[in-house]
Design a binder for this molecule. Sequence first.
Ligand code: DCP
Ligand code: MG
Ligand code: MN
Length: 340
Amino acid sequence: MSSQTAKKNTEINQDIIDKLQAMADLYGKTNDKWRAYSYQKAITTIRRCTKRIDSYEEIMKLPGIGESLAKKIWEIIDTGGFEKLEDFQSSEYITVINLFGNVWGCGPNIAKQWYDQGFRTLDDLRTKAKLSHNQQVGLKYYDEFLERIPRDEVTEIEAVVKEHALALVPGLTIQTCGSYRRGKATCGDVDILITHPDGISHQGLLIPLVDSLRKSGFLTDDLVLSDKYEEDGGSHVKYFGVCLLPGENRKHRRLDIIVIPYSEYACALLYFTGSALFNRSMRNLAHQYNMYLSQHRLNTGVIRKNNSKINMGTPLYTPTEESIFKYLNLPYRPPEERDH
Ligand code: DCP
Ligand code: MG
Ligand code: MN
C-alpha cells in the first residue's frame, strides 16, 4: 500500500485531477466540448476513489473512462508528466485562444475569429478589433474579472442589493446563490436570486432596482438586462452587470441578479446554486425518469422521441429543493456538496 493512502481522500489523486482539470479547461476554451465533458466526468470519478490509483488496470476498471483517456491518466501517474497538456500549454494558438476566451462573454468562436484576423494580444483587441459593448466592458475589466471575490465581500455586495430592493418592496426573499451558497471561500461573481412569497410583488421590480443601484453609483456598467424573458412558460427576468463598493482599493465585480415568481423558487434556487456540472447530472437523471428539470420546474410524464420532447408532461409540486431530490429518488445534498 502506498504511503499516500494516509492522506485525506481529496488529496490522494490531486496531482492527477489538477492536470486533467487543466486539460478540461483548455478543451472547453477551444470549443472541444465533448472532450472537456469526458475529462470532467473522469475527474468526478477519480475524486471518488478512496485510494491512490497505481495501475493501468485499475483505471480501466473505473466507469466511463475509455482506453485513450486511461492511457493519458496512466502517463500522469507513471511519468508525472502529461505531454498533450504540455503541447497545448506551449502552443501559441491555444495560449491566445485562452487569453481571448477570458474576456467576459467571449466564447471559443469569437476567440478563434480574432485569432484568424491576426490578433494576438489584448492590446491588439483594444486597438484593432471591432468590439461589441459587452466585449469592451469585458476587456476594460479583464484583470479584475479574473480575480476571485473573497466571500466577505460577496456578503457586502449582497447587503447593498438587499437594502435597495427592500426599500422598493418590503418582504422580498433575497438569496445569494452560485459558489457563495455552495460555501466557497472565494467566488467568481455574485449571483443574487430575488422573489416574493406573495407570488406577485416580484413583478416589475428589476428595472427600478437596477435604476436605484445605478443612481447610487454602485453599478458601473451594464452587460445584460432582459426584463421580458419567457422560456417554456417561465418568466425569469435578469440583469448582468458590474458593481463597485464604495471606499478605497475596491475592485469592479461581476453581479448577476435574477427575479422570479415564487412558484418557481425551488427549481430556480437549485439551478442558480449549481454547480453547472451538478445541474447537468440532475437534468440527466430527470431524463432517465421521463421527467424534465429546468430552472423553472420539474415535469413528469415527459415523452421524448429522438431526444426532442413530443409531450412536455405535467409540472410537479416543488415547494422546496428537498422535494426535487425526493422526486428524483436522491438523498438530499446540501449546497456545499453540489460541486459535481
Ligand atoms: N449555471 C448552469 N450552467 C451554466 C452556467 C450557470 O447551470 N452554463 C448555473 C449553475 C451555476 C450558477 O448558474 O452555479 C451560477 O453561475 P456562475 O457562472 O456564476 O457559476 P458559480 O457561481 O457556480 O461559480 P463562480 O464562482 O465561478 O461564479
Ligand atoms: Mg457565480
Ligand atoms: Mn454568475
